[in-house]
Every structure is written in C-alpha cells, then in structure tokens.
Design a protein around this ligand. Structure first.
Ligand code: HEM
Length: 214
C-alpha cells in the first residue's frame, strides 16, 4: 500500500464548490417550481440568480483546468468495461468479490464512472445551463428574434434538474463503495488515498490485483 495524492487542490475546491452550488440551485430551483415553501419565492429567485453566476464562473475555471492540466485524459483511459463495473456494483460488491478495475494516479475513474461523469459534464450540466440561460434571458428573446416557448424551456430545465438530483443521489451512494465506506470522501477532502502498489497489466486486466474495494 502507498499513499498517493490523487485529487489536486483545485480539483477538490472545484468538486466541493460545485456540490454546494448544485445543492443551492436545486433547493432554490424547486422552491421556484413550487415544490415546497422555505425561503419565499422572491428570495429563492435571488439566491438562484447569485448561485447560477457563481456556477457559470466555476464551469469556465474547471474547463480551463481540465484542458491545461491534461486531466480530461482521465476520460480516454481504457481499462475494463462498463458491463464489468455494472455487474460488480449490482452483485459482486455484495459478495465481496474483487473490484474489476484498479485505481491509479493515471486512471482514477472506473469505466462506469467515466460514462456517468462524462454524461454529467457533457449532457446534464450543459442542458441545465443552456435551458437556464434561455430562461434567464426570456425578456430579450424578442430583441434577438427568438420566438421560443418559455413553458418548454422551463419544463426542460426542470427535467434536467431531476436528472441532476438523481445523479447526485447515486453519486453519494457510490462514494461509499471505495476501500472503506468513507475512504473516497476522505480522499476528496484531503487529496490523499491509500493505493495498491503498481502491478503490470495483463491483456487489459491488471495481474493478480485485489484492487480497491478490498
Ligand atoms: C447556470 C445554471 C442555471 C441557470 C442559468 C438557471 C436559471 C434559472 C432561471 C432564470 C430560473 C427561473 C427563475 C424565475 O422564475 O425567475 C430557474 C428556475 C429553476 N431552476 Fe435553474 N438555473 C441554473 C441551474 C440550475 C440547477 C443546477 C438546478 C437544479 C439542480 C436548477 C433548477 C431549477 C428549477 C427546478 C427551476 C424552476 C423551474 C420552473 O418550474 O419554472 N437550476 N433557473
């Protein structure tokens, strides 16, 4: 076992800020939607407005960071398959079977994480942001010659908000499936994670590696 700095300082800051902003946007958004009453409609709109600008700035910084550090390459690593991961999370994990993929500094996402995080970053968040921006600029549509349907924009914004909330719940559950129930969350706070020593890969699978989750 060795201790590895797996999450860099910016990455951790970005992760927790993003989590706080998405929770704030979800709570205020669903209050605006009329799901419950807590802050009051006016305040909910004001908080949603402040949080959305912070979220937009954070997205720009995060995109810049992914490109300049080369971290986007985490999404192109090929190790294991999505179906092996799905099988592991739906049955193997309950039978104490070894994790099918070993986490390394160069490949810290397993295949299932890779597709879900990619869908999160390239589909769900962009849909939320684009529909939100149309919603925000509704008063300017006539000047921009946009003959849109505000109801449709609000519905799409709400549907993608539901997908974000579902992603959030599954994501929180998945954080408990690491080496121990809290090891992944601790790693995202401190940056450090205990890892197996490197072993050479054999035909796409790592030789004799009991891997994380053990
Ligand atoms: C950059 C991102 C975002 C932008 C630009 C944005 C923008 C907006 C705007 C302008 C409104 C209408 C407020 C009003 O009626 O005055 C709204 C409502 C709402 N937002 Fe967002 N938002 C963003 C992110 C989010 C996120 C991340 C969530 C949830 C996870 C969310 C959930 C909602 C919901 C549920 C509503 C109520 C929709 C309705 O019933 O009409 N928003 N948003």
């Amino acid at each position: 076992m060795k201790r590895v700095l797996i999450y860099k300082r910016f990455e951790r800051l970005w992760h927790w800020l993003q989590a706080a902003l998405i929770i704030t946007l979800a709570v205020t958004g669903f209050e605006i939607h009329g799901t419950f009453a807590w802050l009051g409609y006016e305040t909910a709109v004001q908080v949603h407005n402040i949080a959305l600008w912070m979220f937009l700035v954070l997205i720009v910084f995060a995109a810049f960071w992914h490109v300049t550090t080369g971290e986007w390459k985490q999404y192109t690593q090929r190790q294991g398959t999505v179906s092996a991961m799905f099988k592991y999370y739906t049955s193997g994990i309950f039978r104490n079977e070894p994790h099918p993929v070993k986490k390394t500094e160069l490949s810290k996402l397993n295949p299932l994480q890779r597709v879900t995080y990619l869908a999160f970053k390239l589909i769900i968040v962009p849909l939320q942001v684009v529909t939100g921006l149309f919603y925000l600029t509704y008063n300017r549509w006539p000047a921009w010659n946009i003959n849109g349907d505000l109801n449709l924009v609000a519905t799409l914004h709400t549907i993608s908000a539901f997908s974000l909330v579902i992603f959030f719940m599954v994501h929180v559950y998945m954080t408990t499936t690491g080496r121990t129930a809290t090891s992944n969350v601790k790693a995202m706070i401190t940056g450090w994670e205990e890892m197996e020593d490197e072993v050479p890969a054999v035909s796409g699978r790592l030789a004799g590696s009991p891997a994380i989750g053990d």
